[in-house]
Design a protein around this ligand. Structure first.
Ligand code: CA2
Length: 152
């Protein structure tokens, strides 16, 4: 019998509105690293773990939903920081459910230490888990959690 080749696991790392400004504004809340630096670290860790990391960022709700829909059937999981849409978007939540991918939610800041309107997330209820308040390290921790779940 011919040996079957195992397909490399892959994930979508998706960042929402304004996260393209990482490292350029409000470093006291979001740190000094740029989004590109964070993405590069995730790609590198992904290589070590055996996961190909596809990075996307979009500022609009529809743009994020399109990216989630496009990942369906292609990626094994999604790590998402939905930015401000965390607290407002039923539509993004619906898209994540419809994607059939396990969802890992990440927030750089501790949303529960901030304004009351940030305390509720529409995403957490459909996520495997949520990491917040650990800075950009949260993305790397989420990636490690994905690897464990995928048996890598
Ligand atoms: O802590 C997080 O990661 C947030 O998802 C960030 C969102 C905020 O609305 C959420 O409540 C918590 C805001 C993203 C804005 O990103 C910026 C990054 C650098 C400079 C300015 C904004």
């Amino acid at each position: 019998m011919p040996a079957t080749k195992k397909k490399t696991k892959s994930i979508l790392l998706l960042n929402g509105p304004n996260l393209n400004l990482l490292g350029k504004r409000e470093p006291e809340i979001y740190g000094k690293e740029t989004l590109k630096e964070v993405e590069d670290k995730c790609i590198q860790l992904g290589k070590e773990l055996g996961i190909k990391v596809y990075c996307e960022q979009h500022n609009s709700e529809g743009g994020l939903i399109d990216l989630v829909q496009a990942a369906r059937g292609k990626r094994d999981a999604i790590i998402i920081n939905p930015g401000g849409y965390t607290h407002t978007s039923v539509a993004l939540r619906d898209a994540l459910v419809a994607s059939d991918m396990p969802v890992y939610e990440v927030h750089i800041s501790n949303i529960h230490k901030r304004e009351a309107f940030r305390h509720h997330s529409y995403i957490t209820g459909v996520a495997v888990g949520m990491i917040c308040g650990l800075g950009t390290q949260g993305y790397l921790l989420a990636l490690r959690a994905v690897a464990t779940k995928l048996g890598l």
